[in-house]
Design a protein around this ligand. Sequence first.
Ligand code: ZN
Length: 148
Amino acid sequence: MTNYREVYGEILADHHECPRNWGKLTDATEEEKGYNPLCGDQVTLFLKMTGNKLEKCTFEGEGCSICMASASIMTERVQGHTSEEVAKMVEGFREKMQGAEVVAGMPSETDEDDIVALYGVKRFPVRIKCALLPWTTLKKGLEHHEHP
Ligand code: ZN
């Protein structure tokens, strides 16, 4: 049987070392900062909204490997979706991290999906905020887009 702990560790390490969608977005329509005082994680998201659609999402920041990997995995997942869809993903991810077994629309623990690597973080309660930070920051950014 595969050692899932090792596999998940590798996926997170890969996203940490080679973050996807890293860097400022020159044509961003929203910029949103998030901070997790428990760990010192800082993340800045750059969103390009076209109407209701999140065309692009990039990030910069400084934080622990879990936070940076989570941001990288998140940006890959949310691009091209409407703000309603993204809000559902953020909520779904939060529910998974808070221990929900099955969440509609979210991959399950046995699926082959990078986001599943993040689910493993819930075994370390103090790190859940690290994984959630990019997602809650994205939610704030979308809210600011709708209610400037
Ligand atoms: Zn952290």
